[in-house]
Design a protein around this ligand. Structure first.
Ligand SMILES: Nc1ncnc2c1ncn2[C@@H]1O[C@H](COP(=O)(O)OP(=O)(O)OP(=O)(O)O)[C@@H](O)[C@H]1O
Ligand SMILES: [Mg+2]
Length: 475
C-alpha cells in the first residue's frame, strides 16, 4: 500500500486489472482500521406499507416540500467567496475533476459500516480505505494449507486504486461535495452527466442515492444544487426550465414511476435511449421536485430479503432535464440543454444468500433479471474499457440501451461502487472492486449541448450581408 501524499492521481496510474496482490500481516492490517466495526444505525421503528405488489416495504422517505425546504440552508452548494485553505484545495480538485479527467468515467468506492447481523455473526471488517492515496485494500481469506506448506504467506491482500475512496465514517455530504459536485456544476454549463450507484445487495446504494429519515442522499442534494444554480443565474435574459422524469426497469420492463399507471410498460424508441410516452414534469421549486421524487420512490418495487430488509428490486433512474435560454445584447437567443441521470441500481446477488428460492417463480424471476442486466452492463464496461473497443453489446439489455450515452458517449459519468466490509461478502466485494476498476478505463466524449436559434443565425447572416453591401455602395 502506498504511503505518499499524491492525492487522487492514483486512478490515472497504469494498473493491473486484477489488482495488486501483496503479502500482509493480519494484525497490522486490522490495526490500521480507523474503526474496526460500528454497527449500521437501524432506522427508528420503520413503518411498513404495502407496495403495489402487495409486498411489505419500508415506508418511503419523508421527503416533502417541508423537509427538503428545511434542509436547504444546510445543503447549499454555493461556494464561499473567501475560501479557507481546505476549501481552496477542494476548489482545485473540483477543477481537475471537471476538466482533466472529465472524459474518463470517474469511479469512487464507498464502504458501509458492519451491520448488526454481520456483527452478531462475528464478521470481520476486511476492507481498508487509504483516503490519501485513494487505494482500497481487501484482505483475502486465508489461503489453503497447501500454499502455506509450500512457503506461501499465510495472508494476502489485493489493492485497487480509484478516483476517491471513502471509509465507513465518510458522510454523503463529503462525497457529494467532491466529484458529484463537479458533475452537477457541469450540467449547469450544458454537459450531460450520469451518477450511478453500483454494488452488491445491501451495500448502501439506495442509502447513498435516495433519502431516509436521518440521511440525505445524492439525488436530493443534486436537486438543491440545480435550483441553487438556477436562482443565482436567472435574470431577464436568462431563463431556466427544469423538468424531471423517473423510471424503473423491473423484470426488463421500463415503467414510468411518475405516470398515471406506474405498471404500464414503456418502449425505447430509436438509438439514443429516448423512452416513448414518458411523462416529463415541469418543476419550479425544490419542494415540487422532492414531492415527485417521493412519489416515485413509493411506486418503486422493494421487498425484504435475508440480505436487506428493504431491497430494491428494480433499477431506478431519476432524470433532471435542464434547458437554459439566453438572449445576448444583440437580441439573438441560444439554448443550452443538459440531462442529469441519477441512478440507483438493484444489487447483484447470489440466490442462496438472499433467501430467494430458486423454485419460487416471482422473486426468482426478479432476481434473474436484475443479475442479467448487471452482467450485460459488465459486458459493456468490459468491451469499452479496452484500448480500441470493438462491438459493444448495448442492445442486450434495457439498462445498457438507456445508458448508451453515459457509457462511451456524450456525458460525464461517475460510478459510486458501494461495498460491504464483511469477510462473509469477500467474493462479491472483490467482484465489485474489479467491475469498478474496469469502469475507470472508459472514455466518454462530453460536449456542451448548445442550440443556436437557426432563425437568429439566418438574421445575423442577412444583417452581415446588408452591411457588406452598404460598405460596397459607400466606397
Ligand atoms: N454508509 C452507510 N452508513 C450507515 N448505514 C448504511 C450505509 N450504507 C448503507 N447503510 C444501511 O445498510 C442497509 C442497506 O442499505 P441499502 O438499502 O442502501 O442497500 P442497497 O445497496 O440499496 O441494497 P439493494 O441492492 O438490496 O437495494 C440500510 O439499512 C442502510 O441504512
Ligand atoms: Mg437499494
Amino acid at each position: 500500500m502506498g504511503s505518499g501524499s499524491s492525492r487522487s492521481n492514483s486512478a490515472d496510474k497504469p494498473q493491473n486489472r486484477e489488482g495488486i496482490v501483496s503479502d500482509v500481516d493480519e494484525d497490522e492490517f486490522f490495526s490500521r482500521h480507523p474503526s474496526k466495526s460500528g454497527a449500521t444505525t437501524p432506522s427508528k421503528s420503520p413503518s411498513y406499507y404495502e407496495n403495489r405488489h402487495g409486498r411489505r416495504g419500508v415506508s418511503p422517505p419523508p421527503l416533502s416540500i417541508r423537509s427538503v425546504g428545511a434542509s436547504i440552508s444546510g445543503l447549499t452548494t454555493r461556494e464561499n467567496s473567501r475560501p479557507n485553505s481546505a476549501e481552496l484545495k477542494l476548489k482545485n480538485m473540483r477543477q481537475k475533476w471537471a476538466t482533466e479527467t472529465s472524459k474518463r468515467i470517474h469511479v469512487v468506492v464507498r464502504v458501509r459500516p458492519l451491520n448488526f447481523r454481520e456483527i452478531k455473526e462475528n464478521a470481520k471488517d476486511i476492507v481498508y480505505m487509504d483516503e490519501i492515496n485513494n487505494e482500497c485494500t481487501i484482505l483475502m481469506p486465508k489461503p489453503s494449507k497447501m500454499i502455506q506448506q509450500n512457503g506461501g504467506s499465510s495472508h494476502k491482500s489485493i489493492t485497487f486504486s480509484y478516483d476517491r475512496c471513502y471509509n465507513a465514517n465518510a458522510t454523503t455530504s463529503q462525497l457529494y461535495n467532491e466529484i458529484p459536485y463537479s458533475l452537477v456544476q457541469g450540467v449547469l454549463e450544458g454537459y450531460n452527466a450520469t451518477i450511478l450507484a453500483y454494488g452488491q445487495t445491501g451495500s448502501g446504494k439506495s442509502f447513498t442515492m435516495q433519502e431516509d429519515p436521518e440521511h440525505i442522499g445524492i439525488i436530493p442534494r443534486a436537486i438543491v444544487h440545480i435550483f441553487d444554480g438556477k436562482e443565482a443565474d436567472e435574470d431577464k435574459d436568462t431563463v431556466y426550465f427544469v423538468h424531471v422524469s423517473y423510471v424503473e426497469i423491473y423484470n426488463e420492463e421500463i415503467r414510468d414511476l411518475l405516470g398515471d399507471n406506474p405498471t404500464r410498460k414503456l418502449d425505447i424508441k430509436g438509438n439514443n435511449g429516448a423512452i416513448q410516452d414518458l411523462t416529463m414534469h415541469h418543476v419550479q421549486t425544490v419542494g415540487h421536485c422532492a414531492e415527485l421524487l417521493r412519489k416515485g420512490i413509493a411506486n418503486r418495487v422493494t421487498s425484504a430479503t435475508t440480505m436487506n430488509a428493504h431491497s430494491s428490486r428494480s433499477h431506478a433512474i431519476f432524470t433532471v432535464w435542464l434547458k437554459i435560454q439566453t438572449r445576448d445584447p444583440s437580441g439573438s437567443t441560444q439554448q443550452t440543454k443538459a440531462k442529469l441521470n441519477l441512478v440507483d441500481l438493484a444489487g447483484s446477488e447470489r440466490h442462496g444468500k438472499t433467501g430467494i428460492s430458486t423454485n419460487s417463480g416471482h422473486a426468482f424471476k426478479e432476481s434473474k433479471s436484475i443479475n442479467l442486466s448487471l452482467s450485460t452492463l459488465g459486458k459493456v464496461i468490459q468491451a469499452l474499457s479496452v484500448e480500441n473497443p470493438g462491438h459493444v453489446p448495448y442492445r442486450e439489455s434495457k439498462l445498457t440501451r438507456l445508458f448508451q450515452d453515459s457509457l462511451g458517449g456524450n456525458a460525464r459519468t461517475m460510478m459510486i461502487a458501494c461495498l460491504s466490509p464483511s469477510d462473509s461478502n469477500y467474493e462479491e466485494t472483490v467482484s465489485t472492486l474489479k467491475y469498478a476498476h474496469n469502469t475507470k478505463f472508459i472514455n466518454n466524449k462530453p460536449v456542451v449541448n448548445i442550440d443556436k436559434d437557426p432563425k437568429d443565425a439566418l438574421i445575423r447572416d442577412l444583417q452581415y450581408e446588408i452591411r457588406a453591401l452598404r460598405n460596397r455602395l459607400d466606397h
